[in-house]
Design a protein around this ligand. Structure first.
Ligand code: NAD
Length: 252
């Protein structure tokens, strides 16, 4: 896919989960489109991504389930680049696949702390920063599993469903104040979770994904492209939407 350049020229962005997969792809694409990027992750891999981008990026260690660390991440964007225009609350993980009776209470706490509370904290501190400079765009990474049920992933589905509803409600909170809030809902996407590596980022030729009507994995670049639209001024009249980017998964 060829996209015009400069769609985020002059904008300052923060991306969580930027060390890998969809978040890494967002960071590289946003930088290519003119944004300055705070690459945040708890893995350490955010350092490599920021180095790959160069002067337009800084790396921040941040566990999105920690209010203090999320606040510090947003302050880094303001201190380093002067403002915050775009926030992608993308960090997340699925947790073990088991029926609900076999899910541990500690799993519930961890999955909700990262996938749902992490998005809450990002919006709490990130939207505060956007309001100080006249507005911005938030793009939350929910999931197709936040729109339809996903067998053996009840806790993750609940957390992502929560992200969808928090996105819609926060969009209403700030609709008149220049802050737009939207979500992308990935279907099965070929990232580290699925076996992708830096050396081998795409699924082997012929790999099928019959559960998705397009019968293939999504690619991180396809999710990043959808996030770019929602982050940029091209979506200036779009707020409160949860956009499936899923090869038709939730349309079945
Ligand atoms: P990934 O594992 O490649 O990347 C996720 C990144 O988030 C990792 O770098 C990880 O270190 C980071 N992270 C996890 N917990 C964190 C925390 N507490 N604080 C900071 N960083 C943390 O996976 P991905 O597929 O790129 O996932 C990105 C987002 O997309 C997640 O929210 C995930 O739930 C969502 N998603 C993915 C798929 C898929 O099929 N890959 C489908 C639907 C939704």
């Amino acid at each position: 896919m060829t996209l015009s350049k400069g769609r985020l020229a002059g904008k300052v962005s923060v991306i969580t989960g930027a060390g890998s997969g969809i978040g890494r792809s967002m960071a590289l694409l946003f930088a290519a489109e003119g944004a300055r990027v705070v690459c945040a992750d708890r893995s350490g891999q955010q350092d490599e991504v920021a180095a790959e981008i160069g002067d337009a990026a800084v790396a921040v260690h941040c566990d999105v389930s920690s209010a203090a660390e999320v606040r510090a991440m947003i302050e880094t964007a303001e201190r380093t680049f002067g403002r915050l225009d775009v926030l992608c609350n993308n960090a997340g993980f699925g947790g073990p696949r088991k029926p609900i009776v076999e899910q541990d209470e500690s799993t519930f706490d961890d999955v909700v702390a990262v996938n749902l509370k992490g998005v809450f904290l990002g919006m709490k501190y990130g939207i505060g920063a956007m309001l100080r400079t006249g507005g911005g765009s938030v793009v939350n990474t929910a999931s197709a599993a936040g729109l339809v049920g996903w067998k053996h992933h009840s806790v993750y589905s609940a957390a992502k469903g929560g992200v969808v509803q928090m996105t819609k409600s926060a969009a209403l909170d700030y609709a008149k104040e220049g802050v737009r809030v939207n979500a992308i809902c990935p279907g099965n996407t070929y990232t580290g979770l699925a076996g992708a590596t830096r050396e081998d980022p795409e699924p082997p030729p012929g790999t099928r994904m019959p559960v998705q009507p397009m019968d293939r994995w999504g690619l991180p670049s396809e999710l990043a492209a959808a996030a770019l639209f929602l982050a940029s001024d091209e979506s200036s009249f779009v707020t409160g939407t949860a956009l499936p980017v899923d090869g038709g998964y939730v349309a079945r």
